[in-house]
Design a protein around this ligand. Structure first.
Ligand SMILES: [Zn+2]
Length: 441
């Protein structure tokens, strides 16, 4: 009895509460409906006005052709709209301080015009994430930069060379963009003698890719590359960045600050035929021992001679022994020498680029026939075997830059650790390369 009474009492108390709640809910729903209705009305109005605009707008598109600059493109666009000279002149003026036109063949420009064929809007998108918009407003043409959000992903790829495989081959198979594969092998090549790499040698790379809309690849960086070989040893490359994104120091370095810029030497002649190599030899007639401080390449008189690396011409002259001779001092203070030339094409003080033509093969000075005597002095001025010189060393990072590198190395090691904490999956079916991936922003 007591129990039933209690139940009845509690029901009496609860029922009005339910009724009260429901009324409140209904009120809330009604006001929500009203605000949604207002939103729908406003959207309808916006759609109607946008539709009216679209009905009257025509879009003109034009494509950049080979050898064209902004001038050509604007000239063509001006001819297609009314008041083109005036309107497109203003469009250009509105963005000239903000936009750098580096036109590529196939890029598309859009101009929308109203029913009177006057320009309303100009659109230039140099890549999927950057859009330069110039729109007509009541106060004239206004420039706006629209940058679409980009997602950055870091991936660590790790694996080992297999019998008969190369690092390049494996990275290509995995589907890493060719430009990045080139960077990985380019920086490692400075330290790793790849012909001595063996099956089982391990590698690891950290890449950072940027994507638009989660799937459109817009760019990538090689942040880290590592190779650990039985014969070639352990080598690491770190991506260093100055504050200035255009700094020439932005490159890959070892942890100690040695730049890993592959700067292999070019050949002085297009076809190489060694007629006399470097070192000591006994003269066939006199029997005297003589040292040959260079390599002789046989070539017809008049064959073009090329600078083997970038440098400054320190000698361009003649003597009775060497004939016409040229010396080029390189960045690492080594000097390449070219002798017995028929003619010289560069003067002392000239800056030459790798592969630049500097003269022609001849037989001037003490020479029995047309050939190029090619020599190399190291930074201390000693003659070395030119065939042993394969690259020009790059300078080291020092002082504040070296300190900055150390910080970035620590940061990169942390990024590798974080990325490797993500689960490993097989990069694809054709290799055993594993990849860990994480979104960084
Ligand atoms: Zn010689």
């Amino acid at each position: 009895m007591n129990c039933l009474l209690r139940l009845a009492l509690s029901l009496l108390l609860v029922l009005p509460l339910i009724a009260c709640n429901e009324e409140e809910i209904i009120q809330n729903l009604k006001s929500e409906r009203a605000s949604l209705q207002a939103r729908v009305d406003s959207l309808n109005a916006q759609i109607a006005s946008a539709e009216a605009l679209v009905r009257n707008v025509r879009v003109i598109r034009d494509t950049v052709r080979a050898g064209e600059g902004p001038f050509h493109l604007f000239t063509r666009l001006k001819a297609q709209v009314s008041h083109g000279e005036e309107d497109l002149g203003r469009v250009y003026a509105a963005m000239q301080d903000s936009v750098e036109f580096k036109l590529r063949v196939g890029e598309i420009f859009y101009v929308s015009v109203d029913s009177t064929n006057r320009v309303q809007r100009f659109r230039y998108a140099p890549n999927p994430i950057t859009v330069h918009l110039v729109s007509k407003t009541d106060t004239g043409f206004v420039y706006k930069l629209v940058e679409k959000p980009v997602v950055k992903k870091q991936s660590v790829y790790e694996g080992a060379l297999e019998e008969g495989s190369t690092l390049n081959g494996i990275l290509f198979k995995v589907g890493i963009p060719g430009r990045m594969v080139g960077i990985v092998s380019g920086v490692l090549q400075c330290k790793v003698a790849f012909p001595l790499a063996r099956a089982g040698d391990r590698f690891r790379v950290l890449l950072e890719d940027s994507y638009y809309q989660d799937s459109i690849w817009v760019g990538g960086k090689v942040i880290y590359a590592e190779f650990d070989g039985r014969i070639v040893g352990h080598h690491e490359a770190f991506r260093y960045e100055d504050e200035d994104p255009k700094s020439s120091y932005n490159a890959h370095y070892t942890e100690a600050g040695d730049a890993l810029v592959f700067d292999g030497l070019r050949y002085p002649l297009e076809h190489l035929r060694i007629t006399s190599s470097f070192g000591s030899r006994i003269h066939p007639i006199t029997g005297q021992r003589k040292v040959h401080y260079g390599v002789d390449y046989g070539a017809p008189a008049g064959t073009v001679v090329h600078a083997v690396a970038e440098g400054n011409v320190t000698v361009s002259g003649y003597d009775d022994l060497s004939g016409n001779k040229i010396a080029i001092k390189h960045r690492d203070n080594s000097v390449s020498w070219y002798m017995h030339l028929q003619s010289r094409g560069v003067a002392v003080g000239a800056k030459v680029s790798p592969g630049q033509a500097i003269g022609r093969v001849g037989s001037t000075g003490r020479s029995t026939g047309p050939h190029l005597h090619f020599g190399f002095k190291d930074a201390n001025g000693a003659w070395i075997n030119p065939l042993s010189k394969t690259m020009i060393a790059t300078p080291k990072l020092e002082g504040a830059r070296l300190a900055r590198l150390k910080k970035q190395v620590a940061e990169i090691r942390k990024q590798i650790e974080l990325t490797q904490a993500a689960p490993a999956v097989k990069a694809n079916d054709t290799t055993d390369v594993m990849v860990h991936m994480r979104v960084v922003e």
